[in-house]
Design a protein around this ligand. Structure first.
Ligand SMILES: [Zn+2]
Length: 450
């Protein structure tokens, strides 16, 4: 199968920015050539990109698709006063309400929104404690019907008791084996763990063992709120990062979400191990957990939405402005470098080191932006266009692994109208169950230690 994207301005790399006027020829899911292609030969498909930008597909490096039906959901408890109460009263009620049908609907509508906003890879962290077994298959298969790439993990935790902790580990292990069998071409696995303060020593060790045994990275929340560090020091006398290091859970495949409350030693340990932090600017603001120490975290920082959609234009713009509030030295190139880091992280998990670039051999994950730039676009000006002009509103066509999955702002493989109607019905069903689910009783101080 040959697809040609002709006549566009092609951003072949976003870090450093490289741009050329070129045709992109795609063959068998990969970029075959970038340049002037006078003799294209027969093509199975063509996309006229004249007047458009062609960019590598965006990667959302940390999300929770299971929250896709939650926006505007009813809430009748006392308002949460801090981060742990937000979890107990909002998210740990929602996740207990999920069943297989609502997990599927969440993945479908979350994946749809991602593609329509130009995001071609989602690194997801899933929790559905009353529907654990097979939940990652449900998500992978839903996302496959849309044609989006994913890296999936189940969120292991002790907050719902030892049986569900064990079931979570088994789900990660089983799904990793299915991915290894090759039956899910667009899905890959990581090993999910919630956060230090809901993980006993035994469960954390089991997650780390599973990661090593399957050759996968650990995907874990780290020091999102000060409560995570306080709990670790109170219960174990060490920092969160020391716990991870002692469990042998830190290496270049490890994904550390948030990292807001790390001390210097922890940052040094994570950087020395080659782990990647995922910064979630909007979520951190929404949960009032503080400001991530971005300068100290260094270059291994990618961007995620933590479940607030998957629009990486918006996420990177907010991350830029928040960094800018701390000092006018922040440069628009920083935001693009963070997105490129997400592609490198996903590329390691997927086994595609060229993910996020448009060059021969790279996976053909491409986005066509219909954007009438009001000022010249070149490698120097592109970062400014990204922050101050481009948005998901400009996303016209999306290609994943060589297949056109969005054409002229419409999903190609699934009907958008059907999908949103289905999601609304599932959301109403989910919401109707929530009032019967009270505040989560989990208290790490009384949790069983296995
Ligand atoms: Zn998260």
């Amino acid at each position: 199968m040959t697809l040609v994207l002709s006549g566009g301005t092609v951003v072949t790399s976003i870090d450093p920015v490289r741009i050329e006027a070129a045709d992109v020829v795609v063959r068998d899911g990969r970029v075959a050539s970038v340049g002037s292609a006078p003799d294209l030969g027969p093509a199975d498909g063509r996309i006229d990109c004249r007047g458009c930008l062609v960019i590598p597909g965006n990667v959302c490096a940390h999300t929770h698709l299971y929250s896709a039906l939650a926006r505007g959901m009813p809430y009748h408890l006392e308002p949460p006063r801090d981060f742990v109460e937000i979890l107990r009263r909002v998210w740990w009620r929602l996740d207990r309400g999920l069943d297989e049908a609502s997990v599927r609907a969440s993945a479908l509508v979350g994946g749809m929104e991602a593609l329509l906003s130009g995001t071609t890879t989602l690194i997801d962290h899933h929790a559905s404690p009353n529907a654990i077994d097979g939940s990652l298959d449900v998500i992978a298969e839903a996302l496959a019907t849309l044609g989006i790439r994913s890296v999936l993990a189940y969120e292991v935790t002790d907050r719902d008791g030892p049986d569900r902790a064990e079931a979570g580990i088994l789900e990660n292990r089983r799904f990793a084996a299915r991915v290894a069998s090759g039956s899910l071409p667009l899905a890959r696995s990581m090993i999910g763990a919630h956060a230090s303060f809901t993980l006993s020593e035994g469960t954390l060790a089991a997650c780390a063992d599973t990661a090593r045994a399957t050759g996968n990275g650990l995907h874990v929340h780290v020091a999102e709120d000060a409560a995570d560090e306080e709990d670790s020091r109170a219960r174990y006398g060490i920092s969160v990062m020391e716990r991870l290091a002692r469990a042998d859970a830190l290496d270049e495949r490890t994904l550390l979400a948030h990292g807001v409350h790390l001390d210097e030693e922890e940052v040094v340990a994570a950087r020395a191990a080659g782990a990647t932090f995922v910064h979630n600017a909007r979520s951190n603001m929404n949960n009032a957990v503080g400001r991530a120490p971005l300068r100290r975290l260094g270059g291994h920082v990618a961007l995620g939405t933590d479940g607030i959609g998957a629009d990486m234009f918006e996420e990177s713009r907010v991350a830029f402005f928040r960094a800018r509030e701390d000092g006018a030295a922040a440069d628009p190139r920083w935001a693009l470098a963070r997105l490129a880091e997400g592609a490198r992280l996903a590329g390691r998990a997927i086994g595609e080191p060229l993910l996020g670039r448009i060059e021969p051999g790279a996976p053909a994950d491409l986005v066509v932006l219909d954007h009438e730039a009001p000022a010249p676009v070149d490698a120097t000006s592109f970062p400014g266009h990204w922050i101050f002009g481009l948005s998901s509103r400009t996303v016209r066509d999306v290609v994943v692994a060589g297949d056109v999955v969005v054409r002229d702002r419409q999903l190609e493989l699934v009907g958008t109208d059907w999908l949103t109607e289905h999601a609304r019905a599932e959301a109403a069903r989910l919401w109707s169950r929530l009032d019967a689910i009270g505040e989560h009783p989990f208290d790490p101080r009384t949790a069983a230690v296995r």
